[in-house]
Ligand binder design. Structure first.
Ligand code: SF4
Ligand code: SF4
Length: 339
């Protein structure tokens, strides 16, 4: 029995005859993990192997590439990619929403990976579409806050956003100084919010939480030294990984990231998926195969199992990755690993 088994419901993809995804079911399943086929028109469709894994608790979708900043602790600081205005094609966006609607996705859905969502003119429309497709998901905007003002905040909340997460980054020259929490009060004044909220000093950031209407506003002042080098895409000496990773990784049980091309990546740290050397980190494209099928695919399950036992052969970025899962993330990932 895997760790954490029994602490939560089992999930499986429910597929109709012909293989159409109908949703996730919470139930106990027979112990034939990885061997389940789909009866399609009376025959076993061996290519449609699915595995038992809960849907991700966090799904982030890069609706475009542009960010107005070039932070040195981010891959955008070391590449021109973030200066481009590439957008996720409508066909791929709609295919993704169709699948999330069909499978009744209920986790956190965020509109970023390496882009600044508030700089994307399609954001409000896509928030509304996402709200309609996923009435029970937690819609979340992660932003650097530069373009956030009170009217924009109110429009996003009205459109259906549940949570605004604003990270107030330090200037590059003060990246490794202790976080300056006075910037939180400045942002609250700019947003014309009088309430102070609850502030907590955490290991990785100072964080203030308060409610704005029906939404939660989380303002973070990060400790940059707690960041990783994003699977080798950040060349900042202070964040560089110096030795081979020994610890296994459970992150792909917990969290999913899709780039603007529609590529489901092994994790959010993978930056660019167009280079041949990045192919091992791409699970598939959600414009061609439904996200839920990719998430429950035997290919991703094999990768997860290898990462969990720290087998990084053929995955050089993982072999040097310094990302450290916090205890709650490990508990949650184990809960989601069903086998
Ligand atoms: S850390 Fe955020 S704000 Fe900075 S460049 Fe990256 S995506 Fe943009
Ligand atoms: S080892 Fe690092 S890069 Fe690889 S999947 Fe885990 S968090 Fe992502």
């Amino acid at each position: 029995m895997g760790e954490g088994q029994g602490s939560g419901p089992s999930y499986s993809l429910v597929l109709s005859l012909g293989g159409t995804v109908r949703g996730w079911s919470k139930q106990s399943l027979p112990a034939d993990r990885g061997r389940r086929g789909v009866v399609a028109a009376g025959r076993l469709c061996a290519s449609m192997r699915t595995v038992r894994v809960a849907p991700p608790s966090h799904l982030e979708v890069e609706i475009g590439t542009f960010c107005n900043r070039r932070c040195p602790w981010c891959p955008n600081g070391w590449s021109e990619r973030g200066q481009r205005h590439d957008r996720m094609p409508e066909r791929i966006w709609r295919a993704l929403l169709r699948d999330l609607r069909a499978t009744r996705f209920e986790g956190t859905f965020a509109f970023h990976n390496y882009n600044e969502p508030l700089a994307d003119p399609s954001l409000l429309g896509r928030v509304r579409q996402a709200r309609r497709a996923m009435p029970h998901a937690r819609l979340s905007i992660f932003t650097n806050g530069d373009l956030l003002d009170r009217p924009m905040l109110d429009r996003l909340v009205r459109a259906g956003v549940d949570e605004m997460r604003v990270t107030l980054y330090p200037p590059a020259r003060r990246a490794f100084e202790p976080p300056d929490a006075t910037v939180i009060a400045r942002l609250l004044r700019r947003l014309r919010i009088g309430r102070k909220g609850l502030q907590v000093d955490k290991e990785r950031r100072i964080e203030r939480r308060l409610r704005v209407g029906r939404a939660l506003l989380v303002i973070k002042v990060p400790r940059i030294e707690s960041y990783c080098d994003r699977a080798g895409s950040v060349a900042l000496a202070q964040l560089a990984s110096r030795r081979r990773r020994r610890a296994g990784c459970l992150y792909p049980y917990l969290s999913a990231a899709i780039d603007f091309r529609g590529n489901l990546k092994l994790c959010c740290h993978v930056y660019e998926t167009s280079r041949p050397e990045d192919r091992p980190y791409v699970v598939g494209n959600v414009g061609e195969t439904p996200f839920s099928e990719l998430w429950a695919s035997a290919r991703l399950d094999r990768l997860r199992a290898r990462l969990a036992r720290a087998d990084f052969r053929g995955l050089p970025a993982c072999a040097r990755c310094t990302h450290r899962m916090r205890p709650w993330m490990i508990r949650e990932a184990k809960r989601r690993r069903q086998g």
